[in-house]
Design a protein around this ligand. Sequence first.
Ligand code: SAM
Length: 264
Amino acid sequence: MNSDAHIPRKRFGQHFLHDPGVLQRIVAAIAPVPGQPLVEIGPGEGALTNPLLATGANLHVIELDRDLAARLRGRNAPRLRVIESDVLDIDFRALAGRLGGPLRLVGNLPYNVSSPILFHALAHLDAIVDMHFMLQKEVVDRMAAEPGGKEYGRLSVMLQAWCEVESLFNVGPGAFRPPPKVDSAVARLRPRPPAEVAIADPKRFAAIVKAAFGQRRKTLRNALQGVVPAEAVEAAGLDPGDRAERIPVDGFIRLASLSPANPH
Ligand code: SAM
């Protein structure tokens, strides 16, 4: 290790990938297409940035750590643009406008803010072609979960309502420096075409899903009290005595479209 090696910062969730096999699999899954705006979240020391650039892609990277951003900028790589920022402050719609088309988002995400990053992306889906993210395996399991199991929850429903979610492969702690305490997995998310998503009022949908899983051991009747009347639950073809974890995504979509915004 040379004297100016970067010491990983825990508060920025820094775990740097060093396994070439894993990097190769991620790049193959992304399959960069020249001309499509590619944006990497949290490039760190460039473990994924380098093989992505090697495919000939033009790459914008968003890095919060000032030192790492400066190092990447210092490289003067012709197809690399460094944005020093918290990704949660980035308006993906504006960035897509500047780059001339919707974005492909990629990254080995900082696990401490992975859910806020996913919800931030959800709020900008019309500006996104697809996403390939390394996340904590437990989070990917929840993202891709089907109804009926304990992993199925708010994150599963919110993401699957708008995106096709796939868990691609798992990655052990030894692929990172320093190794995280948890297993990781790579996920692909593809926004569904807007015409396929029958959610007229996204805020109402989000509020219903949040209430339903807020008290996941309660029946829908009780968990949704004050949010959705029991008759609307029945009108949506659902059993008010059922629990949220057994309701498929389209059940929540029907519930949001059949129940009035102000039941009182
Ligand atoms: N891509 C690199 C790799 O695979 O080796 C680094 C991955 S590391 C898990 C996460 C990276 O995200 C770090 O470089 C960290 O500084 C950066 N980061 C953390 N929080 C961030 C945020 N809110 N916005 C942008 N980057 C962030």
